[in-house]
Design a protein. Structure first.
Length: 382
């Protein structure tokens, strides 16, 4: 039986993971759970799964006489770091949002854990450091993103030198057919209605701006040790093919499935085994057509900014990611418009002088200073 720690158990990925675990009580045991501040959901999870540890990373206090009396409680960012390093843990699923996942990820790596990674931002901002530490401590990193999970499965036991390119698919989000004029009038409610996936608010907005696909390009670069010029993104509205790999002989392998995050989560938790989980299966007879086309960079400049940051390297991805997180936060709070998210990311990148070969301290400093800078200029503009 594998003992599982889930960082971010009250989010969409965490809830899906627990749904899978409940189907296989003979295979998995929940050791630890964490939330930022959703105490109500965490209480229900503790009652059902009886973990030994929980972590509350936000400022929310635990009510007295709570249902957590028999559980060891950790707090804050240090609590997440400790939870990720538990000796008893066989697998650590990192599903917290944004740059907050970096230090817990490094903690899990340094303790030689098998890591199911649903936090792409950590690789985006510190990919070189993470890969170096992963090799040093012989930790295993398995992607949970549906696209990278697909590519991971295709590349299993394949020679990376035989790869011509990897192809990441994107649904295109809810605004793929919007005009530039219409994009300028997008509301928060519109942005939070993704046509395919049910996700948290931050990643849903990132999917709408296509920033998420830019982050996934950087993630793929580090996960698969492949240059940027061998990574392609195509819009695929049906979300049936989740990733493809073209090999040097001209053959293209694709991973297809009904769009359900339970599949890549289960793949990460049980790899290299396959299990019969309760999800909808594809009926190939009902698939009438599969469409593919390129990204419109004029309508979705955030995608291009993310890829540009990745290619520049150093601390530029950390700057880009921090600026985006603050811009998205302000959009969700109706302080800026949808199209201004990319504007503020671009402003931050233009003023940032990237540090080559940064250490963790450099990355954390850039992350912090960029957040302050972007929030300041948003406040000044408004």
């Amino acid at each position: 039986m594998k003992k599982i720690v889930i960082l971010g158990s009250t989010g969409s990925i965490g809830k899906s993971a627990l749904s899978i675990i409940s189907q296989f009580p003979e295979k998995f045991k929940v050791l630890g759970l964490s939330t930022h501040e959703d105490i109500k959901t965490l209480k229900k999870q503790v009652t059902e799964f009886n973990p030994e540890y929980i972590c509350i990373s936000g400022k929310t206090n635990v009510p007295k006489n709570s249902s957590f009396r028999k559980t060891k409680i950790l707090y804050g960012s240090q609590g997440l770091i400790k939870l990720a390093a538990l000796k008893k843990a066989d697998i650590v699923l990192i599903a917290v949002v944004g740059a907050s996942g970096l230090l817990p990820l490094l903690s899990a790596i340094k303790n030689g854990k098998k890591i199911a990674l649903a936090n792409k931002e950590s690789l985006v901002i510190a990919g070189d450091i993470i890969n170096k530490e992963k090799r040093k401590y012989k930790s295993q990193l398995i992607p949970v993103d549906s696209e990278h999970s697909a590519i991971f499965q295709i590349l299993h036991n394949k020679n990376i030198n035989s790869v011509k390119k990897i192809i990441i698919t994107a649904s295109g989000g809810p605004f793929k057919d919007f005009s530039l004029k219409k994009i300028r009038k997008i509301t928060v409610n519109q942005a939070l209605k993704h046509p395919t996936w049910k996700m948290g608010p931050k990643i849903t907005v990132d999917s709408a701006t296509l920033m998420n696909k830019g982050l996934e390009v950087i993630e793929a670069h580090y996960l698969f040790d492949i240059p940027y010029d061998k990574i392609e993104v195509v819009i695929h509205p049906q979300s049936i093919i989740h990733g493809m790999v073209e090999f040097i002989d001209g053959s293209i392998f694709a991973q297809m499935s009904y769009p359900d995050m339970k599949l890549p989560i289960m793949q990460a938790l049980s790899y290299p085994e396959k299990n019969n989980i309760k999800i909808k299966h594809l009926d190939m007879k009902k698939i009438k057509h599969l469409d593919f086309y390129g990204v419109n960079l004029k309508k979705f400049p955030a995608f291009a900014l993310a890829v540009k940051a990745g290619k520049i390297g150093g601390t530029m991805p950390a700057c880009m990611n921090a600026a985006n997180e603050i811009a998205v936060y302000n959009f969700l709070n109706n302080k800026i418009k949808f199209h201004e998210i990319a504007y503020y990311v671009n402003m931050a990148m233009k003023t940032h002088k990237p540090i080559e070969n940064p250490d963790i301290k450099d990355i954390i400093n850039v992350d912090s200073s960029t957040r302050e800078f972007v929030q300041k200029i948003i406040d000044m503009d408004k």
